[in-house]
Design a protein around this ligand. Sequence first.
Ligand code: NAD
Length: 481
Amino acid sequence: MTTQVTTHGLLVGGVESPSASGRTFEVIDPATGRSIATVADAGPEDAAAALRAAHDAAPGWAATPARERSRILRRAFDALVARTEEFAALITAEMGKPLADSRGEVAYGAGFLEWFAEEAVRINGRNTPAPSGNGRILVTHEPVGLCYAVTPWNFPLAMITRKVGPALAAGNTMIVKPAEATPLTALLMGRLFVEAGLPEGVLSILPCSDPTAVSDTVFADPGLRKVTFTGSTAVGRKLLARAADGVLRTSMELGGNAPFIVFGDADLDAAVDGAMAAKMRNGGQACTAANRFLVENTVRAEFVERLTARIAALRTGAGAEPGVDVGPLITDKQRANVAALVAEAVADGARVTTGGHELAGDGYFYAPTVLDDVPASSRIVRDEIFGPVAAIRGFDTEAEAIERANDTEYGLASYFYTNDLQRTMRVAAGIKSGMVGVNRGIISDPAAPFGGVKWSGLGSEGGSEGIEEYLVTKYVALPAV
Ligand code: NAD
């Protein structure tokens, strides 16, 4: 089959254009390893143009009535939903996930535009009498200012809408630097906003092959007020250090190492369904993916047997093919990383019950895998796997399960299955993570605050908390009358 290679410009000031340097880079389909598009490669001059456009647009956008900002977000939401198939096909082409997962991402990503269209008109303050009797306390919330968003490849649409939605709703301008692997979805989303009536310059999209060149220019601008990042903890640390120079507001959505606990009293059918969703959605390439299965030893053999049967039956292949459950990994390097984690776990004493090997062919495929008896000391228990591998170990008591769940530097998502209400309350309180799923394998919701603790990050995206990240608080001391 011949692949049609398309060419795309970057988006600055509402206009798509080549990069100032004229350089381009290739977008690779991970299912074939072949180029599917050529994209303008933004550099310092393009970043400077985006900064100028953002500064020019800022006063007008901040002064635009909230109702009008809300309507633009709503139009973008409606257009995104109407174009679900187009966006889903593009996500699958550049990122690899099966079409059903891509459609799910479009619905999830659009949900942030809908939610923040509703939040835009509810940015309220307060006006209270000072308890001293000495005047009144007026509190208002204003846009934080120019925001810089750096986003990952694993959810090429939703990780951007969950930043763009609240930033625009709050009256800010934003420059987005999408991941090198997935610039096409970001650009299409940027064009959708232009069509929805977003004024020029409010939102720019700067795809680039070298993230530091664009970032250096943006960070050097004294008008930058906020950096919002989703990606690895290692890069998050670097951006936090950069943000310190400008004393910037930051939101950091970083790596995870989610425990998935199955207690002996759980509904095992539901637990296996939840495990499939928490582990295999996006081929395991999700920050919320279950990374460590902890199963009470009384039910472990049965759980392993049932999960193995379900995972062995998954169909791996190009995401665009009908009936495919698991797509490729994003790069050959990421596949090699998954293979190394599995090989080390096996050398440490883990037992492969299905999979455990790469799949032949052009793309970056790895067989869906289950490992049982994974020792606590194995690297696969500490590191983010980011692939279709379920690593299981047993436990005997609730206290042991909580202790093992918390034995990580990360604290993003966690999951547990039990039918005991008292235990539900104890374990939900005992687990140190920003999000806890109870008898559920999928927890993400635009209306809920998404975020981690410890090395998993700072701040929340989504929910009513999500817009607060893009506002600053002002106190006006009013005189007594
Ligand atoms: P990554 O950290 O390698 O890259 C993320 C982004 O940072 C990309 O746009 C990349 O170009 C950019 N970047 C890399 N180095 C940079 C630098 N020096 N300066 C400026 N920008 C730089 O992460 P990834 O591989 O794209 O994504 C996977 C990671 O993202 C995983 O760790 C996953 O857990 C995490 N993630 C977290 C969440 C969350 O909400 N907590 C959601 C999705 C993914």
